[in-house]
Ligand binder design. Structure first.
Ligand code: MLT
Length: 411
């Protein structure tokens, strides 16, 4: 009989968001009259920018004409999109990133998981706790961890806790680690990283031969001009960091699918025989073999993000969600909650009231307010006693949800 990848048996029963959906669906079925407001998964609600839609409609027309029809595109993405990204997102900020170092993909979730294909199996891996669960689960699937422990941590991973006590700022590992996942603005806590803080990570990585896997999916939400948007704003990062970016949260592409990963050509890691190999070469090989690129239509939509009207419309979307975040912060603070994040990020992280566990608060919120959030403990052991509220929803729903929560939980 064929055998399975036994590492899958080590995983917690369900991925966090489907597990939440399962509980919400069960509640909705039992309470069909409940008007449930979902502030759980960070999924956008507002329509695609007009500039993107217009470009995609034109791209559909291109596909309907023999002269402009496109078959397979380059696996790495079309040059016209890669060049716009390089110029606008990196070179305009003083980062030395070339278009050829940008790989267009259908999502950062996929890329942060797939990147493990090009790394060895004996790396020591560090994650900040709480953490976007994909980083952990994909390492479990790849066999990079031992079994799960009582507290939800996996043996073999290095967890760097962030809580209110350390101001949601992870200390550098006290041991040598090889791969480090960083996400700023942070999912789930909404914490941000200064240039000086990121410099400590780059210096650590360069001193230890480590690679930083830097997830910048939420960079568009940065409002503080002193904060870096890219790891490549930090000196030395081209020698130690891969960056993941997405059109999901800024341009509303969660259902359209387009993202990109930056692998500098100067970035190397060691082969078994000790030679240094360029990671760009491996990722290029991996993508050319396992991926056929993002559709022409979608890439044209993403390209329109960089047009003048696209930029204005994306800014409008981001500001809309940031205003939601502001309302959530204000209302919950006024009601007596300890609230973090939500200023340069679309996530608000709060301490659960009355010492409730994260899942107990989730259940109470669902049952008494018909509001869905995400239990902090779902993101890791250090998230226990915390809860995440997403600002991705309509204004009407955000206002209604805050009214329900503050009425019920005001202290
Ligand atoms: C989240 O809610 O953490 C995000 O929506 C997950 C994702 O982007 O995959």
């Amino acid at each position: 009989m064929a055998t399975i990848n036994d590492n899958y048996l080590k995983l917690k029963a369900g991925y966090l968001f489907p597990e939440i959906a399962r509980r919400v669906n069960a509640f909705a079925e039992a309470n069909p009259e409940a008007q449930i407001i979902k502030l759980g998964i960070g999924d956008v609600t507002e329509p695609l920018p007009e500039a993107c839609r217009t470009a995609m409609i034109q791209a559909v027309a291109d596909m309907g004409d023999r002269q402009t029809f496109k078959g397979y595109g380059p696996e790495q993405g079309y040059p016209w999109l890669r060049e716009k990204i390089a110029a606008h997102d990196f070179q305009a900020r003083g980062c030395e990133v070339d278009a050829s170092e940008i790989f267009i993909s259908d999502g950062s979730k996929c890329d942060t998981g797939n990147i493990l294909d090009i790394f060895g199996n004996n790396n020591t891996i560090a994650v900040i706790d709480p953490v976007y669960p994909v980083y952990v689960d994909t390492n479990v699937m790849a066999g990079h961890t031992g079994p799960i422990k009582e507290n939800g941590e996996y043996e073999g991973l290095v967890y760097l806790p962030i809580t209110a006590e350390n101001d949601f700022t992870a200390a550098l590992p006290t041991q040598k680690v090889d791969l480090i996942y960083l996400c700023f603005p942070n999912n789930p806590t909404g914490a941000v990283a200064s240039k000086a803080y990121l410099q400590t990570w780059v210096d650590y990585a360069r001193a230890n031969g480590s690679i930083l896997l830097f997830d910048a999916a939420y960079e568009a939400f940065i409002t503080d001009p002193s904060l870096p948007h890219s790891i490549y704003e930090i000196e030395g990062a081209r020698e130690c960091a891969i960056e993941f970016r997405s059109f999901s949260k800024n341009a509303g592409f969660t259902g359209t699918r387009c993202a990109f990963t930056v692998v500098p050509k100067s970035l190397t890691a060691q082969a078994a025989d000790g030679t240094e190999i360029a990671l760009w070469q491996l990722w290029n090989r991996r993508q050319s073999t396992k991926f056929n690129g993002v559709s022409y239509i979608v890439q044209r939509g993403a390209e329109a993000v960089y047009s003048e009207s696209g930029q204005a419309q994306v800014k409008g979307l981001v500001n809309f969600y940031l205003e939601n975040a502001h309302i959530i912060r204000e209302q919950l603070t006024a009601a007596g909650f300890a609230v973090y994040g939500g200023v340069n990020a679309p996530y608000i992280w709060l301490k659960t009231p009355q010492g409730l566990s994260s899942w107990d608060f989730f259940d109470q919120l669902l049952q008494t307010c018909h509001v869905v959030g995400t239990p902090g403990s779902g993101f890791g052991a250090a998230g226990e006693g915390y809860f995440r509220i997403s600002a991705f929803n309509s204004r009407e729903n955000v206002v209604a949800a805050m009214q329900r929560i503050t009425e019920k939980f005001r202290t």
